[in-house]
Design a protein around this ligand. Structure first.
Ligand code: ZN
Length: 288
């Protein structure tokens, strides 16, 4: 996971009349329906059309999130622009909330992105509908992370069988890493040389499960980059390393973990810190 430092500018989004109208109309629809619901499973589908127009106004802002995220998926940290259309993902699901059965997380089919057997323990009939048109609820995601793994899952630190319908203004102990919030990946994730990612906090564990960061196709890709990184770090930290070699390797590692690197710069930064016991900032200082 990578932590992006700046959300794109929301000015155009907040000034959009059709979008603000849609937000008001969604509020009216939900506030009319909710009082008659008897259980958390009662549902209304998030409308595909609002006020006679398609409700997906967020789609028009895909480009700005892609720009801010350098074309990378906010979950798997791989460049996806150019090979797929990508999604503006709702971090908090707008239509319903699925609760993952962690014993049935699904199996990725060999050499494919398809997943079989991923199951929800329960589905709550409405989601975070008031966040459907919320700038801070958006990020660019690849279609596989969003549609196949994340779906409408949103983990919170609460008994899955007792969890209730989300209510506006009622805070939850959220367990999904948000790439634009203040969480530091190093506090939640570790990487093994064989390509596996490991959660070292409840948020780390839940994020890996929710977005399927453990899937074999990603493990294979990460393993190749980790082998390169491990070699570079080993060589530059060896007592016999020349100043010239250290300088050259510092530059290479900084490139592999740069904001606009292609794949897994978030992993690069965490792996550097976990192996060298030095921060990313300290690595930058070595380059000065
Ligand atoms: Zn992804």
């Amino acid at each position: 996971m990578f932590r992006f430092h700046e959300r794109p500018d929301p000015t155009a989004f907040e000034a959009s009349g059709p979008l603000n109208d849609a937000r008001d109309e969604i509020r009216r629809i939900y506030e009319a329906a909710l009082p008659s619901f008897a259980s958390d499973e009662d549902r209304i589908a998030f409308p595909k059309k609002v006020l006679g127009k398609s409700s997906d106004h967020w789609k028009g802002f895909k480009e700005v999130f892609s720009d801010a995220q350098h074309g990378r998926c906010g979950y798997c940290d791989v460049v996806v622009v150019g090979t797929q259309f990508c999604d503006v993902e709702h971090f908090r699901p707008k239509g319903e909330v699925e609760i993952l059965d962690t014993a049935k997380q699904g199996k990725e089919q060999d050499n494919l992105s398809n997943v079989k057997g991923r199951k929800a323990l329960r589905t709550i009939g409405t989601g975070y509908w008031w966040e459907a048109y919320s700038w801070k609820n958006y990020l660019l995601s690849c279609e596989v992370c969003n549609r196949t793994w994340k779906r409408s899952y949103f983990p919170v630190n609460f008994d899955p069988m007792l969890r209730t319908r989300p209510v506006e203004g009622v805070p939850e102990d959220e367990l999904l890493f948000h790439p634009f919030e203040d969480e530091e990946p190093l506090n939640h994730f570790r990487y093994e040389l064989d390509g596996r990612i490991r959660g070292i906090s409840p948020m780390g564990v839940a994020t890996i499960e929710t977005v399927g960061l453990w899937r074999p196709s990603l493990v294979i890709q990460r393993k190749k980059k980790l082998a390169t990184l491990a070699r570079l770090i080993d060589e530059m930290l060896a007592p016999s390393a020349s100043n010239e070699l250290v300088r050259s390797h510092v530059r290479t590692i900084l490139e592999l973990g740069s904001d606009d690197a292609n794949n897994f710069p978030g992993m690069t930064r965490v792996f550097w810190a976990q192996v060298s016991k030095m921060s990313w900032e300290q690595l930058k200082e070595l380059n000065e």
